[in-house]
Ligand binder design. Structure first.
Ligand SMILES: *Cc1c(COP(=O)(O)O)cnc(C)c1O
Length: 403
């Protein structure tokens, strides 16, 4: 491969559109511009595309097409669930979630607390796992909703959401999962689960940005976040984003092919990468290594580096990866996920996330395996004198203010 070829290892932030998906979308920017709700024959192509996408996505999720509501993405889907669950308030205004959720769950939950609601943010252990006993104990008579992500966007750690959903069903509490990082990466069969709501986003599995879906179990009451025309069976107002929905459907179909045919070489690339980095770089550790993880994500902590400086150097080598979540790039704030896993350590500031996708190649893996050890070594050389002076500063000693 050429020295200046881009190596995109930030597939948890967004993914490359599959060319097949683009093909599927194009007619709806051109000749088939009809409104799917119109009654004439010309609109039937658009309507058919939306129906087909619903079928394709239902196959990926193992649910009924009627249980799918198209939205503008993962963020909207998450907001819609939290809004809907609290509308009914049969039990009360208490929500249980985890401290490591994406901001698209954390922020609406924090907003709830300002509107008279009450939220429990469950911590995780150093591997990123939740304690199911602790979760069960957090559910109170006034708990309306439990929301736990399926796979973590920073570490790839998988929560046992099927088990958690069963627990919630027994306690008659609604259960939602943000599955944005799980959909298309691991098999999902909602039919066999007690999950009430599930969020996903097309651009995390080679579909277009700005479109996603919410699964609402057919027996679960739902109050729309966006009221308007009766689109999506009255569950989400607004003229359907036909081209994007068609793209989402195709992306779901492609993800199914890759999952079922075992074509996913993503997992073996990630494993080879991790093994090589652990062998060649001292003071490197994998965040969440002790937990079940999705096959594409690798979150590393490197002793003696600052993630922001590492990103700059890697960028010069045309390697795209991230420090913590993409939404926080530019801010100096360390990842809330890694802090939750290790509150007393500084791992959050020394971490890099590499997330693979099916368009990555073995040659790219070879190249990053060669470059990363050099970059880390260089950063440590630069940082060494700084660290020595830092040790003499009183605020960094054990008697300094608690973090
Ligand atoms: C990316 C992401 C979201 C947000 O999805 P958008 O479609 O970008 O709004 C939500 N949750 C998780 C876990 C994500 O990774």
């Amino acid at each position: 491969m050429a020295d200046d070829e881009l190596i995109y290892l930030d597939n948890n932030a967004t993914t490359q559109l599959d060319p097949v998906v683009i093909e599927e979308m194009l007619p709806f920017f051109g000749k088939y511009y009809g409104n799917p709700s119109a009654g004439y024959v010309f609109a039937a192509q658009a309507r058919k595309a939306v129906d087909m996408a619903r079928d394709q996505l239902a196959r990926l999720l193992g649910c009924e097409p009627s249980e799918i509501v198209f939205t503008s993405g993962g963020t909207e889907s998450n907001n819609a669930v939290i809004n809907s669950a609290l509308q009914f308030e049969a039990r009360g205004k208490h929500v249980v979630t985890s401290a490591v959720e994406h901001s698209a769950v954390l922020r609406p939950c924090q907003d709830l607390t300002k509107r008279g609601g009450d939220v429990t943010f469950l911590g995780v252990d150093r591997h990123g796992n939740v304690d199911l006993g602790e979760l069960e104990a957090a559910i109170r008579p006034e708990t309306t909703l439990v929301s736990m992500m399926w796979a973590n966007n920073e570490t790839g750690v998988i929560f046992p959401v099927e088990k958690i959903a069963e627990m919630c069903r027994e306690k008659r509490v609604l259960f939602h999962t943000d599955a944005v990082q799980a959909a298309g990466k691991i098999p999902i069969r909602l039919r066999d689960t007690a999950i009430n709501f599930l969020s996903l986003s097309a651009h995390k599995f080679h579909g277009p940005k700005g479109v996603g879906a919410l699964y609402v179990n057919r027996r679960t009451r739902f109050h729309p976040l966006i009221a308007g025309g009766g689109q999506e069976n009255g569950r989400r107002g607004g003229t359907e984003n036909v081209a994007s929905i068609a793209g989402l459907g195709k992306a779901a179909e492609r993800a199914m092919e890759f999952l079922s045919e075992g074509k996913a070489h993503v997992g073996s690339m990630r494993d080879r990468f991790e093994k090589a980095i652990l062998e060649t770089v001292s003071g490197a550790s994998v965040n969440g290594a002790g937990a079940a993880r999705v096959p594409n994500t690798s979150s590393f902590s490197f002793e003696g580096i600052e993630s922001s400086a590492a990103l700059l150097l890697l960028d010069r080598h045309h390697i795209c990866c991230s420090a913590g979540s993409a939404c926080r790039t530019g801010s100096q704030e360390a990842s809330h996920v890694l802090r939750a896993m290790n509150p007393s350590g500084d791992g959050a500031r020394r971490s890099l996330r590499f997330s693979f996708g099916r368009f990555n190649t073995e040659a790219q893996v070879d190249r990053v395996i060669e470059i990363i050890p050099r970059v880390i070594e260089k950063l440590r050389q630069i940082a060494a004198p700084v660290r020595e002076t830092a040790q003499m500063r009183p605020e960094t000693t054990a008697i300094g203010p608690a973090a």
